[in-house]
Design a protein around this ligand. Structure first.
Ligand SMILES: *[C@@H]1O[C@H](CO)[C@@H](O)[C@H](O)[C@H]1NC(C)=O
Ligand SMILES: *[C@@H]1O[C@H](CO)[C@@H](O)[C@H](O)[C@H]1NC(C)=O
Ligand SMILES: *[C@@H]1O[C@H](CO)[C@@H](O)[C@H](O)[C@H]1NC(C)=O
Ligand SMILES: *[C@@H]1O[C@H](CO)[C@@H](O)[C@H](O)[C@H]1NC(C)=O
Length: 199
């Protein structure tokens, strides 16, 4: 599915079949897909990637088919070549830990808060935009891909340095997304309870 989603824009033949397949896949996986192009939200000014490194816990998200568990967290580590090592982890319903490694890169040094992240060798990278962060408590991340010039699929994550965030901060981040034209109806709270005691 990830490969399918990321590679579809390179396909030139039989657009209609692909579109139907993709819409079906998106609907089946309850993704947030919408007609038209991606919103272009402002990103965090003077983003300092060094301060952003370390562990972040997922507080809320738009539905993401590739996340199936609870206690979702991401750990970022700056590498010597200035890319970012990514380790995403979650606890699956059966109690096992599911983790995946990836690499993120700043696309253009003039816009350091706009990164691309890739989890599969050879796959196109997915956008990773840091819309807001204070580095020490919260972060708001947005990812939107535009397909075939017709529609877009987007993801958003509210992250925190701890497993909970004050409601007021969450509300401010909702407002940021709304003001940028992102549909936040389907934002859901992530389960960050009983994370240290595995079954
Ligand atoms: C929200 O989720 C519902 C149920 O999965 C889905 O039918 C709807 O299209 C989603 N809305 C948006 C804006 O993504
Ligand atoms: C980014 O943050 C690091 C760690 O706090 C600091 O050493 C560095 O000077 C900052 N970079 C800029 C450009 O402010
Ligand atoms: C980076 O962004 C600047 C300013 O928008 C642009 O002029 C430049 O061409 C970009 N560089 C690359 C490698 O895309
Ligand atoms: C979160 O997960 C724990 C452990 O599986 C469970 O006991 C709890 O009911 C869940 N909370 C919610 C709100 O789903």
């Amino acid at each position: 599915m990830e490969k399918f989603l990321t590679n579809i824009k390179y396909s030139t033949s039989d657009t209609k079949v692909l579109l139907v397949l993709l819409l079906t896949a998106a609907a089946a996986n309850a993704q947030s897909f919408h007609a038209g192009g991606c919103p272009k939200p402002p990103v965090q000014e003077d983003f300092n990637i060094t301060k952003y490194m370390g562990t972040w816990y997922e507080i809320e998200k738009l539905p993401a088919w590739f996340e199936r568990g609870r206690c979702n967290q991401a750990t970022y580590e700056l590498q010597e070549d200035e890319t970012v090592g990514v380790l995403n982890a979650e606890i699956l319903p059966n109690g096992n830990i599911n983790s995946i490694k990836g690499v993120a890169k700043v696309k253009n040094v003039t816009q350091p808060a706009i990164l691309g992240v890739s989890f599969f060798i050879g796959a196109a990278d997915a956008p990773y935009w840091v819309l807001a962060t204070d580095y020490q408590s919260y972060a708001l991340v947005y990812s939107c891909s535009h397909y075939l010039g017709l529609f877009h699929v987007d993801y958003a994550w509210i992250l925190a340095r701890t497993r909970a965030l004050p409601e007021a901060v969450v509300c401010q981040l909702h407002d940021k997304l709304k003001n940028a034209g992102v549909d936040i109806k389907n934002l859901t709270a992530s389960n960050q309870t009983s994370c240290d005691e595995r079954k």
